[in-house]
Design a binder for this molecule. Sequence first.
Ligand code: A2P
Length: 337
Amino acid sequence: MPTGKTVAIAGATGAVGREFLRVMEELQFPVKELKLLASKRSAGTILEFHNTPLKVEEMTPQSFRGVELALFSAGSSVSKEYEKHVTGAGAIMIDNSSAFRLRENTPLVIPEINPEDVKHHQGVIANPNCSTIIMLMGVYPLHRKYPVRHIVVSTYQAASGAGWAAMEELKESTRAALEGRDFTPQKMPYPYGFNLFSHNSKIDESGYNEEEKKMIQETRKILHNNHIGISPTCIRVPVLRAHAEAIHMEFQEKAPSEEEARELYKSFPGVKVIDDRQNNYFPMPIEASGKFEILVGRIRQDSFLPQKALNIFVVGDQLLKGAALNAVQIARLLDEL
Ligand code: A2P
């Protein structure tokens, strides 16, 4: 392994945890020593990093001695429980859960959008919600030149957002449906194969579920704009990984033309335009899976408000830019500042 930091991955056996390893390999993230941590259940599991087998250890409060950087994706209660052990050991925690995202003094960062916020961290930096990251990678390239007033967004969210067990459940429930077998969902509230349902997070009397509220609150924090309107509808669809989102943007003054929007996307890092009307070829989860870029297409003036509004369709790998990649990019930012 090249020289670099002593890094711990908390939740290394999970859907995002495994991607941390892949992303660090691909970005040649310098690692001096790597500790893979998970629950007692998977202690002893072997995972590979740069072709070196590494044994997963049970995470305990002592696990962070000597660690400089801790990448967390083990759920928000685990993050809350371990925060003091991580920062107390002198490590910087980059947390993929929702535990600290809205906390004052905890930066919430998408490196292409608000990199400078990382400077104000006090030991913990939060990685935004995956749907928020994917939406803002579609909105921000236009918003920085043509400020947006109101976003209406509908999500088509993959199983990966609910973790490894949900991905397995999608496969198993699809097999059961094809074979005419009964299937009792464990991880999801309803049968997943050949079905879709409102996002499986808690919904309150406001009518919005937690995922939708995250998209509203996190967007305002990342853009430092408490007035921007966000009207989300979050839906789980039977796709393994990569979330899709249909986005309507109404601008404060005027909308960019389709041509200018296309140019603004092409010059923005981490975004790829797929917008081929002739062949009816646009972003798809199957093509976004495993890719670092967010795919943007269906770029068109709104049919009702052509001067004021524009519509797009974005697709991004929830486990990569929506989680592990964004977190490793934050870690790289720390070295650049
Ligand atoms: P384990 O595999 O031992 O259960 P996912 O998001 O795909 O469900 O993965 C969650 C990750 O968080 C897994 O690596 C899981 O480990 C880990 N995890 C869950 N609970 C704990 C805990 N109490 N302590 C440490 N790791 C945990």
